[in-house]
Design a binder for this molecule. Sequence first.
Ligand code: ADP
Ligand code: MG
Length: 468
Amino acid sequence: MGEAWARIRGRLREEVGEVEYRTWLRQMTLAGIEGDEAVVVLPTRFLCDWVRSHYGDRLRALWQQENAAVRRVEVRVGPQRPAPAEDGEEAAAPTRETATRRKGLAEPLADRSSTAGTARSADPRGDWSAPLDPRFTFDTFVVGKPNEFAHACARRVAERPATPGFNPLFLYGGVGLGKTHLMHAIAWAIRGGENGRNVAYMSAEKFMYRFIAALRSQSTMEFKESLRSVDVLMVDDLQFLIGKDNTQEEFFHTFNALVDAGKQIVVSADKSPSDLNGLEDRLRTRLGCGMVADIHATTYELRLSILQAKAAAAGVDVPNGVIEFLAHKITSNVRELEGALNRLIAHANLFGRAVTLDGAQEVLHDILRAHDRRVTIEEIQRKVAEHYNIRLTDMSSARRARAVARPRQVAMYLAKQLTSRSLPEIGRRFGNRDHTTVMHAVSRIAELMQADAAFAEDVELLRRMLET
Ligand code: ADP
Ligand code: MG
């Protein structure tokens, strides 16, 4: 019987793929065969519902192949035995990722009585939360002009959650500027506080994922209840919910319920509430009615301070000249700045050599080149043509069909945005067109991007691909 079961598991694993298997099926154990029924147990009701509705038929069919006497498969909540070690799995020491995933899926709707005594119920406050990065605290956050307001608001919320005027706290800014860092810092501070409040931090993507999982397993009531029992809800990267109407709706209701109950909400996004096109109006309105704080692009001074702080924390002596050089060259965001410094430090440690300017230039040559790099009009034309699946020659052809004219306009728009060429010059490169044609293209695309979030995202994606 054990062998048959191992084969069934193996087959399922092949059929559904590794990720799905680990997410849903890995914790299945066979309790036994009772009459014509195979009994499979899982640790939580949530997992049981899911496995029954998604894999029930397949389980039964596989059992029948193994043992014709088995006509039914019963999936029920039962004690969790350690998962058997399987090829390629670290059963004893799950990676942080698998541990998180399992935890994330099994916990919110977990049947407490059946999980009592297992490690997962050790921290009931952690129920809803993704793990927090231990490096992201207020202590390690370097404050400067571009982020001082956001930082002050974050501190305030951490000290006194749900103060009127600061609820919700909406943090926004470009990538890599410290939004997630500040959110984790708030969560650490509140969790470490005296009252031991229940803080739930998660990405908007995770929020949606859980909501959909609850819908599928018809447990949205439990989903709502467990979510509404938190004291502080933090949702990171809310822009992810653009276009996801059902999830927005759910978030809106959760949001209202929590605020009405005097709970604190903290949200981050890459744009201000009013610029989050594609988010429901009433949600945008509510998001904007607390405190809205933006994190601006870094300044040279802030980059200097961040590099100094990080080098000091790593205990590595980085000469001022090198720090100034990096702060001057790597202007995109803090994440890249940090990445460059970490690479320098790793090299220095590995080879036991001091950090020097020459060395830095060598070790970082690829990063530095990317920052020097200018995009050419040819590259833009090639990428855009590829993206919309038209011929490169159509970028300069006279064809006016929408299918080629629109991509051509996108390319002109990007040429204006990403290069320093003049309008007449850009026109010449697109089949000797007049500069007014380019001007028209630029304003037309800007208009379309305003009106159509999906289109805007498309153009943004192209821009990002060209910039990196
Ligand atoms: P975002 O969420 O805005 O994309 P993150 O919070 O993930 O950005 O920040 C990217 C990286 O830069 C993180 O490692 C973070 O610790 C670091 N970082 C950003 N801003 C600061 C700051 N002011 N001081 C120290 N580190 C920072
Ligand atoms: Mg982030």
